[in-house]
Design a protein around this ligand. Structure first.
Ligand code: ZN
Length: 294
């Protein structure tokens, strides 16, 4: 696409000193959707290479991009390592809360996109990284990725979010064929791909000392099965939180029994999953102690 064809965001451009307010315009309106790397070569030094997050303006739908310059005096593996690192960490306009794995933001969509970026597996990130480069450079990049596998620090494992735990519980129970009958009467599951969790509430779970407690609410026209965690699930003072809700619009004795049984089954699969992934749910201080003893 040539520069002329791009439908740039126009917000604030009427002001003479646009550059002064650009940061605010972006902070309030930038919704990221992808990465792009502007470069000519990866084998020599080069001026003006920029890694961009591209996206849209929430006000005017115009094109927006936010870039981080790549040092001129880099090439080969050093350059690739630099760009990869920026892709892992460049999250402009919002403040990251490392303890809970969330962002404080004006744009919920941006927060969600950043969290999705943070949650990518090394394989997914590798694929995304590869797409930044032109076809003729991809063999070199692939080779670099293979020679530089991402090693997770022992005391800083990838954490699950509340929504990730909920999805895992459902998937494992479903795969075991344990919830087929109950699923047949469900009308809604929240969170889901169509109705994602509120990003600033979808915090990391960093402790395993909790139980999943199913909580059934029956009203005139629906039964909600809320899945609650009770106990210690992160470093906050909260001792109870909800990770998801399954709803049926059938209200009769059989539906009640099915929903109750579904709650118990999911509590079992939660316990099983967390035990299998116990490292991911171990508090950081405990992991640091273990790492020191090794
Ligand atoms: Zn705009």
């Amino acid at each position: 696409m040539s520069e002329k064809q791009i439908n740039w965001c126009n917000c604030g451009r009427q002001y003479q000193e646009y550059w002064r307010i650009k940061e605010n315009v972006y902070g309030l309106n930038f919704d990221p959707t992808a990465w792009a790397f502007e470069y000519r070569t990866i084998t020599c030094h080069e001026e003006g290479r920029v890694l961009y997050i591209t996206g849209q303006c929430s006000r005017c739908d115009g094109f927006m991009r936010s870039g981080v310059p790549v040092p001129t005096d880099m090439k080969g593996g050093d350059l690739l390592a630099y760009v990869y690192h920026e892709m892992e960490h460049y999250r402009p306009y919002d403040k990251y809360d490392e303890e809970f794995g969330i962002y404080y933001t004006f744009r919920r969509q941006r927060c969600q996109w950043y969290q999705q970026q943070d949650d990518l597996t090394p394989e997914e990130r590798g694929k995304q990284f590869l797409r930044l480069f032109r076809a003729e450079d991809q063999a070199v990049v692939k080779d670099w990725l293979a020679r530089n596998p991402r090693v997770e620090p022992y005391a800083k494992p990838r954490r699950d979010r509340k929504s990730t735990l909920f999805q895992h519980i459902l998937e494992t129970a479903r795969a075991a064929g344990a919830i087929t009958e109950a699923e047949a009467i469900l009308d809604d599951i929240y969170p889901s791909e169509c109705a994602p969790a509120v990003p600033e509430e979808d915090t990391h779970l960093t402790d395993y000392r909790f139980n999943l407690v199913p909580d059934i609410k029956i009203s005139g026209h629906r039964i909600d099965l809320n899945l609650c965690l009770e106990g210690s699930f992160d470093n906050s003072f909260n001792r109870k939180t909800m990770i998801g809700t399954l709803t049926t619009l059938r209200v009769d004795q059989e539906a009640c029994d099915l929903m109750k049984a579904l709650g118990d089954t999911l509590a079992y699969y939660c316990c099983k999953y967390v035990n299998e992934e116990i490292h991911r749910y171990t508090p950081r201080r405990e992991l640091e102690r273990e790492a020191d003893q090794k």
